[in-house]
Design a protein around this ligand. Structure first.
Ligand code: KG4
Ligand code: ZN
Length: 339
């Protein structure tokens, strides 16, 4: 089965073609970072308009690179949620229209499930059951992935998502959007241990996270110290150290409580080098860590094409030949089949 995947949930237009026999044939990404940077964050209306402009040329380019044509596509998978409603509608309407024109099945995919499955595109893949830490701009959660399509949320952020906290602290430090990678870069010049930020909620039982207090801690630290480049780098270092430590403490706890030893990391923040190097220490404790390649940590079409293909093959989610367009800006990963 050859599936065209379409991702437009936020500020990246991602297109890919995945073939169940041959694997990933091609993937292309257009990032809207430049467009939104001047506003310091994603402007939803501009995101939708830009997806409209880029999506068709990107599909054509992807087909060319994959040396295939629309006539050889057997199904279309598009992100149906969660995400920005206007942006989701662009991919969904185009996906459904193409499906109608080609008379092939279409399938609406859950964005976080596709992040969770992104590491299945790599040679080193996890086997169910495993624990997944999903850390993106909109979500932070620890998920017990029992089997394909069966997910239990063990813990999640009670306030800001990890990526959101990175972005907000970055803004505070006058860094350009998207703040996560910029803050990580600034932290490289930071003096280790000059500031010591708290590790929120680690002394409490359970697997939930809270990152908004760290934001306030960063702001107070900035006000209480001489505001110069070194102070800002040191704050970036301490903030990143606290977030990554907190994530790792909860991952270890989740693995221990479930008696599992495979940990999948996905979503934009999984690109963070400090997080990855701290996780590598867990590998010495007989824990196997799985990541998608860096370009598939952030939003992309490949994970959507893969997820749609698996869902269609496993018949877990019935494909539709009715081509009704339904997007779900808020949609829990535990409710994939109940939409
Ligand atoms: O998964 P993603 O591309 O989009 C969402 O679904 O949200 O994640 C984007 C988030 C942003 O908050 C961005 O700042 C963060 O991931 N991010 C990072 C890094 N790269 C991306 N955060 C920390 N360190 C990074 N290297
Ligand atoms: Zn995402």
């Amino acid at each position: 089965m050859r599936v065209l995947g379409i991702e437009t949930s936020c500020d990246e237009t991602g297109i890919a073609i995945y073939d169940s026999n041959q694997g990933l044939l091609a993937h292309k990404l257009y990032s809207q970072i430049q467009l939104h940077a001047q506003f310091g964050g994603v402007v939803p209306e501009l995101a939708s308009r830009d997806h409209i402009q880029k999506i068709i040329p990107l599909i054509k380019e992807t087909l060319t690179t994959a040396k295939t044509t629309l006539q050889d596509i057997n199904a279309i998978a598009y992100t149906a949620g969660p995400g920005l409603v206007g942006a989701l509608l662009v991919g969904s309407v185009l996906g459904a229209s193409l499906g109608l024109a080609l008379n092939i099945p279409t399938i609406g995919v859950h964005h976080m499930e596709s992040h969770l499955l992104a590491s299945m595109l790599e040679e080193n893949r996890p086997n169910f059951p495993f624990i997944a830490l999903l850390v993106s701009g909109g979500h932070t959660m620890l998920v017990l992935a029992q089997k394909f399509g069966s997910y239990e949320i063990l813990g999640e952020s009670v306030d800001d998502a990890a990526g959101e906290a990175f972005d907000k602290v970055a803004k505070m430090l006058n860094l350009a959007y998207p703040g996560g990678p910029a803050l990580a870069k600034l932290a490289e010049r930071g003096t280790p241990q000059r500031f010591n930020f708290p590790r929120p909620m680690v002394n409490r039982a359970g697997l939930d996270f809270s990152f908004s207090g760290l934001k306030t801690f960063a702001l107070n630290t900035l006000h209480e110290n001489e505001d110069n480049d070194q102070t800002r780098s040191d704050i970036a270092w301490a903030f990143q150290d606290a977030v990554t430590d907190t994530l790792i403490i909860k991952c270890k706890r989740a693995l221990k409580e479930t008696n599992l030893n495979q940990l999948v990391i996905a979503g934009g923040v999984s690109a963070n080098k400090t997080l990855r190097s701290k996780l590598s220490i867990l590998e010495q404790q007989n824990i196997k860590i799985f990541y998608p390649r860096l370009e598939f940590c952030t939003d992309n079409g490949a994970m959507v094409a893969y997820t749609g293909c698996q869902r269609l093959l496993s018949q877990q989610q019935h494909s539709t030949l009715s081509y009704e367009v339904k997007v779900s800006p808020r949609w829990a990963i535990t409710e994939i089949d109940k939409r």
